[in-house]
Design a protein around this ligand. Structure first.
Ligand code: AHR
Length: 531
């Protein structure tokens, strides 16, 4: 099929080509593959918006495939270096991302998980079958104490999802008591017997997962009642820091679910979740390969992932009606790409590679989340290690960082920053009859006020795009940038070549007279720091 860049205006193209020609390719910049239309933008530092909650950069690790077992937990007697069973290499890599929050134990697994099976001496813990994910034996060696140890070693916040689907209010109530009570009470005493004197801090608690599906196939009206009942028994043992309660929200375009939750649960929840996965084909039976794809699926993946904007806009509009003060948040606690599993791997383990395409997916979604910062309080990519759009892949003792990892690492500068609007005029990236903006941009001012970060993407696989950014309300003395790109759309890191896709310094910036100019390489993610 034919691919073309659609010009915004002829005059713009002429001036931008002149600009592009005047710039020699910088080190770390892919060689231009063809002439390009240009983008222009105004970074409105004079019109600050809401703070981008750092939890937008959150994670999700389920008992699924090799996500927990091998990915995080190798056990204290493993030859793989570890602290109390948690592997060092993975922990060190995750620490570089400043992971703000980690969701566990599921996913679908959460609504079959009985937490008391995962406490006490490991050799005495009962096993269960992980019915959702491969039918494998779950020996419960990674349970509450191991997860909270991971949270503390990583320096992150816990987001625990309780079992509404097959559990009871008593089971959930007791788990919260076990985790967070300092009293002399049965569950707090049990925790002490198991070696933990002090309660843990569990700031976020989910009341079930996907209640419309694997969490119980409920109608929204029924779930709303269940939520109200379970919620009653979640006690705030630390009254100064009440637990933030997240309701099982809608699946992608199910707006009726959000309507009912807002009407029947309302302020009893602090946030409602939203799940949306990006499939190249949109067909759950043949989703598409993670690495063997052409431009058709490159384009369809990026185009489908951009629908996140429409989803948030429409769910947020429903929430606005009942909650104009925006006290109830939207927590997109599962999102990312979902491909056919890697050939030869267990289908229930959802193991997939991550390419330059996934890097673009991550960056485009972050730009959308930033734009909706007033409502989006948290997101958790699915999933952190060895599952779906992972940051990290392991093969026994080996580990690699994916292109998605590098986007999280480059974008961590946006965590907790103040949203700054970017008025962008982008050329289109057209493929067949469809088109999406070729360029996406987002900016934040750092919490300490000392820097402004501007992230930019070029979604086209073969076109360099010059961009001129007018800086309004900021007069930086210096500009520096990092670039993530690769020669091929399918480029990815392997255990034999783990550094094929990684960020490099980007030196093709020009800062003069309140204007920043640069040329975005094809299929690239760039983060500029202005000081
Ligand atoms: O992330 C994989 C699965 O996708 C989760 O367990 C479930 O909540 C969703 O359907």
């Amino acid at each position: 099929m034919k691919r073309l860049i659609m010009p915004v205006a002829a005059a713009l193209i002429l001036s931008s080509i002149a600009l592009a020609r005047s710039q020699a390719p910088a080190s770390g910049q892919a060689a231009p593959t063809s002439g390009a239309a240009a983008a222009t933008a105004t970074l409105r530092a004079d019109r600050p918006g809401p703070v981008v909650n750092r939890n937008v950069y959150g994670h999700f690790a389920e008992h699924l495939g090799r996500g927990i077992y091998e990915g995080i937990w190798v056990g204290p007697s493993s030859p793989i270096p570890n602290t109390r069973g948690i592997r060092h290499d993975v922990l060190a890599a995750l620490k570089q991302l400043n992971v703000p929050v980690l969701r566990w134990p599921g996913g679908c697994f959460a609504d079959e998980y009985h937490w008391k099976d995962g406490i006490g001496p490991r050799e005495k813990r009962p096993s269960m079958i992980n019915t959702h994910w491969g039918g494998v034996v779950e020996d419960n060696s990674f349970g509450t104490h191991e997860f909270m140890d991971l949270v503390e070693q990583l320096g992150t916040d816990a987001y625990i999802t309780g079992n509404v689907g097959s559990g009871t209010p008593q089971e959930m109530m007791e788990w919260v008591e076990y985790l967070t009570s300092d009293a002399v009470s049965p569950m707090a005493n049990l925790r002490r017997q198991n070696g933990r004197e002090q309660p843990w801090r569990v700031p976020y608690f989910g009341l079930g997962n996907e209640p419309w599906g694997c969490g119980g196939n409920m109608r929204p009206e029924y779930y709303a009642d269940e939520y109200r009942k379970y919620n009653t028994f979640i006690k705030n043992y630390d009254r100064a820091k009440p637990i933030y309660r997240i309701a099982g929200g809608a699946n992608d375009f199910n707006y009726a679910w959000t309507e009912v939750l807002m009407e029947r649960v309302g302020r009893r929840m602090n946030a409602a979740s939203l799940h949306y996965y990006t499939l190249p084909t949109g067909n759950w039976n043949r989703k598409g390969s993670a690495t063997q794809f052409g431009e058709d699926q490159w384009f369809s993946t990026l185009s489908r992932t951009l629908r996140m904007d429409e989803l948030i806009t429409k769910h947020a509009a429903i929430m606005d009606k009942a909650d104009p003060e925006k006290r109830i948040g939207l927590a997109i606690d599962e999102w990312g790409t979902w491909y056919d599993v890697e050939p030869g791997t267990q289908p229930g383990f959802l193991y997939q590679q991550s390419t330059m395409r996934d890097a673009l997916v991550a960056a485009l979604n972050f730009h959308i989340f930033h734009r909706h910062a007033s409502r989006v309080v948290m997101t958790n990519i699915a999933q952190t290690i060895n599952v779906l759009q992972a940051m990290i892949l392991t093969d026994k003792e080996k580990m690699l960082r994916t292109p998605t990892y590098w986007v999280y690492e480059m974008f961590k500068v946006h965590q907790g920053g103040t949203f700054l609007p970017v008025d962008l005029q982008s050329p289109d990236y057209a493929f067949g009859a469809e088109r999406i903006p070729a360029v996406s941009a987002s900016a934040t001012r750092s919490a300490d006020g000392k820097a402004v970060h501007l992230s930019l993407t070029n979604a086209t696989p073969g076109q360099t795009i010059p961009i001129t950014v007018t800086l309004a309300g900021i007069a930086p003395a210096s500009a520096s940038a990092r670039l993530l790109t690769a020669p091929a759309m399918q480029a990815h890191n392997t255990f034999a070549a783990p550094d094929t896709v990684k960020p490099v310094p980007f030196e093709g910036l020009r800062l003069a007279a309140g204007t920043l100019t640069l040329t975005l390489p094809a299929k690239s993610v760039v983060v500029v720091e202005l000081r």
